[in-house]
Design a protein around this ligand. Structure first.
Ligand SMILES: Nc1ncnc2c1ncn2[C@@H]1O[C@H](COP(=O)(O)OP(=O)(O)OP(=O)(O)O)[C@@H](O)[C@H]1O
Length: 220
């Protein structure tokens, strides 16, 4: 968003995996500002998840620079594609686990869990084991676990994949809410219409490099 503080900056970042002759990503430069939603698309293997994992700090680039603004340190929420839920625990217990892992005090865990479950329409399922949840409910809870911290940067790797229409709506509404609260968001999606609905701009990757999008300004 023009004028908003930049929270994440990539400068000429490159990532190479062992065994690959060309970089999986880069060189790539971009910025992500407060209150902005950046869409990321591209075919399978284009480097989208690699980019998100670098932004999340889960992967270290081999070249270039990644700068996270001081106000976002410890406030980055990452929702990878793979679900990471404990199926024998209830939804509330899963949220409590992540809340404790993030060092939240018990009172904050309880308040935040209730708000997230309500907002994602899971309140009635909160005391039931995740094994009884539908695929869409699991996607919603997966998002909720990442949101136990109140993020300043939210990184979403195909958060609606396999979800039913109602779950998609709830997840996208949450994205819009967080954007309106000033969160900087990067969202990978293959789902038609999703990026158009919530994104300010879209980055298309091809073989790890950005390609210009018709009618959309290129990322910085
Ligand atoms: N751990 C790894 N080791 C080796 N190569 C990898 C590794 N992870 C990803 N790659 C390769 O890096 C490239 C980019 O992968 P990445 O998962 O970032 O793409 P993607 O655009 O997210 O794909 P998809 O849409 O299928 O999720 C691919 O060629 C992939 O095979």
């Amino acid at each position: 968003m023009a004028g908003n503080p930049v929270l994440c900056t990539l400068r000429q970042v490159e990532k190479r995996y062992p065994g690959l002759t060309v970089p999986a990503l880069g060189p790539l430069s971009l910025t992500l500002a407060q209150g902005e939603v950046l869409g990321i698309k591209g075919s399978n293997g284009a480097g989208k998840s690699t980019l998100l994992a670098i932004l999340a700090g889960v992967l270290r680039p081999d070249a270039g620079q990644y700068v996270l603004a001081p106000q976002a340190v410890g406030k980055v929420a990452y929702v990878p594609q793979e679900l990471s839920l404990y199926h024998t625990l209830t939804g509330l217990e899963n949220l409590r686990f992540w809340g404790l892992a993030c060092g939240l005090p018990p009172r904050a865990i309880s308040t935040r869990s209730r708000w997230l479950l309500e907002r994602l329409d899971l309140s009635e399922k909160g005391r039931q084991p995740v094994s009884s949840y539908s695929g869409g409910m699991r996607r919603r809870l997966h998002l909720a676990t990442a949101l136990m911290i109140t993020p300043r940067v939210l990184l979403l790797d195909e958060p609606t994949v396999g979800a039913d229409a109602r779950s998609v709506e709830l997840i996208l509404s949450m994205v819009e809410h967080l954007r309106d609260m000033g969160c900087a968001i990067a969202l990978i999606s293959h789902q038609p219409g999703e990026l158009e609905r919530v994104c300010d701009r879209v980055l298309t990757l091809q073989a790890g490099r950005p390609i210009p999008e018709e009618g959309t300004p290129c990322p910085d």
